[in-house]
Write a protein of this length. Structure first.
Lengths: 359, 311
């Protein structure tokens, strides 16, 4: 059923001179419309939209501290986006990012503080990173096998596994990996000195570099290699893929493993680079927030970097606004989904306009 | 501790199972119609949470549970209208729009709740029950199964209505065709878009009532993200039921039982963290998908927008 996985209609190639201008209008128009629509929501709850947007831009983008936080926030989000791009391009709807992310984070938080006691810190971090990756991969095996060999719709199984994974991560934090030295339910903390180094004289984590590398590599593999072509063939037309002699079940499992592995890496980076530990009931729900971003970027890795940056600005600015202006973080979710819907509608209207012109 | 297997405990367990099953039943029956007609309605979670919020607001300000249910249905249908416009009429990707609607409405209802109720967290009074004469006097089973709000009996009766619609009406056949071979339906002179739109609106209404029941009767108040995957469980039920309304009811009762066990175990003082208990329904879902998922026969054109003349 995910044969036609392209989420948005490709606009017909348009060789006219105003191509760039039109593209810009198509990209910016819906965003402005969305800001207005979301602004109406703010008005309805008695918040001045201009003041809110101004505050978010100021705190997430313009203030030096905010910008550094934004760039740091990008690190885990880029890994998640990379993982989702692999899955979506291959026509698999991996909607279980939250569970995979949290289990990866918990695996890293459980292993890193113990490993640094005996190993050199770079090796400890590398091992924790790999453990997190493997844990997330294993977690994706159930939906992967069910999809590959039983043909069970992965949308549902990954969602269910995500609910399970979030609960399991909490259980692990509270029962298995509890830090005995504090009363707060959380894992052992990785000392700041043992975490991934920061970039230059800033507070930006070097995880950002890893994230950028991950998403660019994913983009190039998916678009420039034979392996990427195989995966996209499976995504575009599974039956054709079988006729082309591809081992679709094996590729399906591989897609899930790579996708979940990357998302697990995101969890690891968040812990060994930024947080240092996992607190009980911590669930930033990055997985769900990044899904619309990947759609907006049309599964293009480079475009995704830009949209992840925007998401980070919104989420850092939004967190600040939640404390200062009393507008809960949930507003960011509302804004992103309005952008996604208006953009989809705009593309539809553009497509219709193109068709009408041709006839 | 009143003993794990005392009569009162058993009654409470069964009563809780029915209460937890009703939202799932309503969502599952609703989703079933969408899926039959070829629309995979991932937005059902968003319809449910909207129904829960609007339904709670309606019941809270009017003081009437019935107005709450009607408001919930209207809220769910409003979201469904948007979904039908975007996914059925415009033919946009059902999964993308479904996720966007779910995320956006979860956020929006949490936001509205924050500004409206987060200081007071108002509760509704307990819902009035309609005991069924004679049956409700059976020991243990009577109070558990036959002392519920009237909407519960109506929801169960909907199973019969749905069977009748699918088996005995022209509209039921149209739905089936819209999911299996929409082009054939179109050739027969019946509007595919309209058939699917009606199905999506029905889903929205049912999910909305389910959400309103969850908030008003189940919890007595609205909490952000209160549906917590109930809409998705409805999708699973519809998938596993393979188009048969009776199996939606059976599945809803099984999952409802799991959900009820989680609260019962806590009441009984079993010392397990709530997170372990919360995994139970989802474990049950995965187990059922592993056991029966292979046979989940889905309509041929599920998830594919219909465009006349397109190949």
């Amino acid at each position: 059923m995910s044969a036609d996985a392209a989420p948005v209609r490709a606009t017909a190639p348009d060789a006219s001179a105003g191509k760039f201008g039109r593209r810009l209008a198509i990209a910016l128009g819906p965003i402005i419309v969305s800001l207005v629509l979301a602004g109406c929501v703010l008005l309805a709850v008695g918040v001045n939209p201009l003041a809110y947007y101004g505050f978010v831009v100021e705190r997430g983008l313009l203030s030096p501290l905010g910008l550094q936080q934004t760039l740091t926030r990008m690190a885990p989000l880029l890994f998640i986006a990379a993982g989702l791009i692999v899955a979506f391009r291959a026509g698999m709807w991996n909607l279980g990012g939250d569970g995979q992310f949290l289990l990866g984070a918990v695996a890293a938080a459980a292993s890193a503080p113990l490993l640094v006691q005996t190993l050199p810190s770079w090796l400890a971090l590398l091992l924790a990173f790999l453990i997190a990756t493997v844990v997330a991969m294993v977690w994706s095996l159930v939906p992967a096998l069910l999809r590959a060999y039983q043909g069970i719709n992965e949308i549902i199984t990954t969602l269910m596994m995500s609910f399970l994974g979030v609960s399991l991560a909490n259980v692990l934090v509270k029962l298995a990996f509890l830090d005995p030295s504090t009363t707060v339910p959380q894992t052992r903390t990785l000392a700041v000195g043992d975490r991934l180094p920061r970039l230059f004289e800033t507070t930006i984590t070097s995880g950002l570099i890893f994230g950028l590398v991950a998403i660019v590599v994913v983009h190039l593999v998916m678009t420039r290699t034979a392996f990427g072509l195989k995966l996209r063939t499976v995504g575009a037309n599974p039956r054709a893929a079988i006729h082309a002699g591809l081992n679709v079940p094996v590729l399906t499992v591989a897609v899930f493993a790579i996708s979940a592995g990357l998302i697990g890496m995101g969890g690891a980076i968040d812990i060994i680079g930024i947080q240092g530990n996992v607190r009980a009931d911590w669930n930033p729900a990055y997985g769900l927030a990044v899904i619309p971003v990947v759609f907006l970027a049309r599964m293009n890795g480079f475009a995704a970097i830009g949209f992840v940056f925007l998401l980070s600005v919104l989420s850092i600015g939004g967190e600040s606004a939640a404390r200062r202006l009393g507008v809960p973080q949930h507003f960011t979710m509302v804004l992103i989904s309005i952008v996604l819907i208006t953009l989809a509608v705009a593309e539809y209207l553009g497509h219709r306009l193109n068709q009408a012109r041709k006839v | 501790m009143g003993g794990f297997f005392s009569d009162t405990f058993l009654t409470a367990l069964l009563f809780g199972a029915v209460t937890a099953a009703i939202p799932l039943l309503l969502a599952g029956l609703g989703e079933q119609m969408s899926e039959k007609a070829g629309v995979l309605n991932i937005g059902i979670e968003g319809m449910m949470i909207t129904g829960a919020y609007i339904g709670f607001v309606g019941a809270y300000y009017s003081g009437s549970f019935w107005i709450g249910f009607i408001a919930g249905a209207a809220g769910g249908m409003a979201v469904a209208t948007l979904m039908a416009l975007l996914c059925v009429r415009f033919g946009l990707n059902q999964i993308v729009i479904g996720i966007a609607l779910t995320l956006g409405l979860e956020g929006l209802t949490a936001l509205l709740h924050h500004f409206q109720f987060s200081r007071s967290y108002p509760r509704l009074p307990a819902a009035e029950v309609t005991p069924i004469p004679l049956l409700s006097d059976i020991p243990v089973l009577g109070p558990a199964l036959f002392r519920h709000h009237l909407i519960v009996y109506l929801a169960v009766a909907m199973v019969g209505v749905m069977i009748w619609v699918y088996k005995r009406t022209q509209f039921g056949l149209n739905l089936q065709a819209a999911g299996d071979k929409p082009a054939a339906l179109d050739v027969a002179g019946i509007d595919v878009i309209r058939t699917r739109t009606v199905a999506v609106l029905f889903t929205g209404g049912m999910a909305g009532i389910g959400g309103a029941y969850l908030a008003n009767v189940g919890a007595g108040l609205f909490i952000p993200f209160i549906t917590n995957g109930a809409g998705f469980l409805g999708i699973v039920l519809a998938m596993l039921a393979r188009g048969r309304p009776v199996w939606v009811l059976v599945g809803a009762l099984i999952f409802g039982g799991c959900l009820s066990m989680t609260t019962a175990a806590q009441v009984a003082g079993i010392r397990i963290p709530t997170d372990v208990i919360q995994m139970l329904p989802f474990l049950a879902v995965m187990a059922m998908l592993v056991l029966f998922g292979r046979r989940a026969g889905l309509p041929a054109a599920l998830g594919i927008p219909y465009e006349r003349g397109a190949r």
